[in-house]
Design a protein around this ligand. Structure first.
Ligand code: 3PY
Ligand code: MG
Length: 252
């Protein structure tokens, strides 16, 4: 398993992905062919489940786009199943303490870094890959991406960042704004202060900072600030924006 976005990030590049929220391998292929570096298959919000996600992962791989999955919660069984079907990385919501981060790493990494269970799933080539090599490679190539999206996570960021095994630390601006009492106010100075503080801490710890961006201007601004893992918009949002704008031009 070669994780293309991990190599890109290691060579200093910025990577851009988008959220896939519907069960359509075709949409995954379209986004991959359009040039997104990764897709973020959302198993927290929306209808996708472990079986639909497996086929979306296959579609991404067929088009050399890195499949990353957001799991619904920091649960070792869910993390195990998600990695077993072949996710190249996981986002885990609401990582608010060192303990949360440690649990996440323990569930996602094989011995000696963690306690991920071993068997013969898709990620092991159904048992056909050389076992020791696969375990080592999977431990180093799988991206672990905690969500800092609650003020508790920001307050405990120093301890979270000291957890071995994290690659990218992702700021969730929507949930963070809610926990600050300013839900959805994405340009509020208090939110920006917490984002800027977190970005500086993540970079100082030598990790990659990631964030969600809802518009091109927003994404450009985040890249300028130093975020190198950009989650840009979402399948249904991009489609609805284009549909509405083209239709309104057509009806003029
Ligand atoms: C948030 O903003 O809370 C997110 O999880 C973005 O994907
Ligand atoms: Mg969130």
């Amino acid at each position: 398993m070669k994780n293309i976005i991990k190599s890109k990030l290691e060579s200093g590049e910025t990577v851009i992905g988008s959220i896939v929220s519907v069960n359509s391998p075709d949409i995954v292929e379209v986004l991959a062919l359009a040039g997104f570096d990764f897709i973020f298959i959302d198993n927290e919000h929306g209808p996708l489940n472990i079986e639909t996600t497996a086929n979306l992962i296959r579609a991404a791989e067929a088009r050399a786009c890195t499949p990353i999955v957001r799991v619904p919660e920091n649960d070792p069984i869910i993390i195990l199943k998600t990695l077993d079907i072949g996710a190249f990385g996981i986002h885990v919501p609401q990582i608010n303490s060192r303990e949360d981060a440690t649990e996440m790493v323990k569930a996602a990494k094989y011995y000696p870094l963690g306690e991920r269970g071993t068997a013969f799933p898709r990620s092991s080539g159904y048992g056909l890959y050389a076992r020791d090599k696969n375990i080592k490679e999977t431990n180093s190539e799988t991206l672990l991406i905690p969500h800092i999206e609650n003020i508790k996570g920001v307050e405990n960021l120093k301890e979270i960042l000291a957890t071995t095994g994290l690659d990218i630390v992702f700021i969730g601006p929507y949930d963070l704004s809610q926990s600050l009492g300013i839900p959805g106010q994405l340009t509020h100075p208090l939110l920006e202060e917490k984002i800027t503080y977190s970005l500086a801490m993540i970079k100082a710890a030598g990790l990659i900072a990631g964030i969600f961006a809802s518009s091109v201007e927003d994404a450009q601004q985040r890249i300028k600030q130093g975020f190198r893992y950009i989650l840009y918009s979402m399948d249904t949002i991009m489609l609805s924006k284009i549909a509405r704008s083209e239709l309104s031009q057509l009806k003029k």
